[in-house]
Design a protein around this ligand. Sequence first.
Ligand SMILES: N[C@@H](CCC(=O)N[C@@H](CS)C(=O)NCC(=O)O)C(=O)O
Length: 229
Amino acid sequence: MIDLYYWPTPNGHKIPIMLEECGLDYEVHPINMLKGDQFKPSYLKINPNNKIPAIVDRDGPGGKPYKVFESGAILMYLAEKTGKFLPKATAARYDAIQWTIFQVANVGPMFGQCGHFLRYAPKKIPYAMDRYKTETERLYRVMNKRLSKSKFLGGNTYSIADIATYPWVKINDFHEIDIDKYPHVKRWRKAVGARPAVKRGLAVLEDVMKLGNPDKEAFKNLFTRQKKI
Ligand SMILES: N[C@@H](CCC(=O)N[C@@H](CS)C(=O)NCC(=O)O)C(=O)O
């Protein structure tokens, strides 16, 4: 049994999708980041970085509970636990790992900042809007080129690289990207989005958060309270 500490955001979605793909049993513990649950001392014992997602594997290495934070590390841990969605052969394995790290180091942070400065920043800052939009477009071009030669991001089989990246590309409207300009990404997005496990993963707590304008309390918890950590 896996305890999933979760809120339905792009970084969050990756984990129920992987759990569904792997057929693992899990229990969802909502961490309402709009109310500041991510800062509670009880949660900081699971994720010292006060962000979602995190997991505790009740049956971890040596039969003991094991905590994992950082979505990329969680995907790798679950892939290793189940032997699924990460090829065994070295080159294929590292192809998938490279594209997973590409997501956590580039796609997530840059698309996130792009959406932030386009939509949430209280002041319009043209330099920041342009900087992150330009980088987001560049990352779409990188993925489009990769997917023109490869069925999936990590290679010819579906892997944790696709699971990591799909939830961010799904919300292309949020960072104001016209998906039609990236036909290979569009083809891949359709194929990944059609997987039954992806649909089930996305449905977990789907009603509790819509991308939109956060209210005053949510804005404080998401964007200003970090100064005190
Ligand atoms: N690198 C982290 C990023 C996690 C992250 O940024 N989570 C966001 C939601 S998508 C969060 O918890 N935000 C709340 C906060 O920053 O207080 C990962 O991939 O797990």
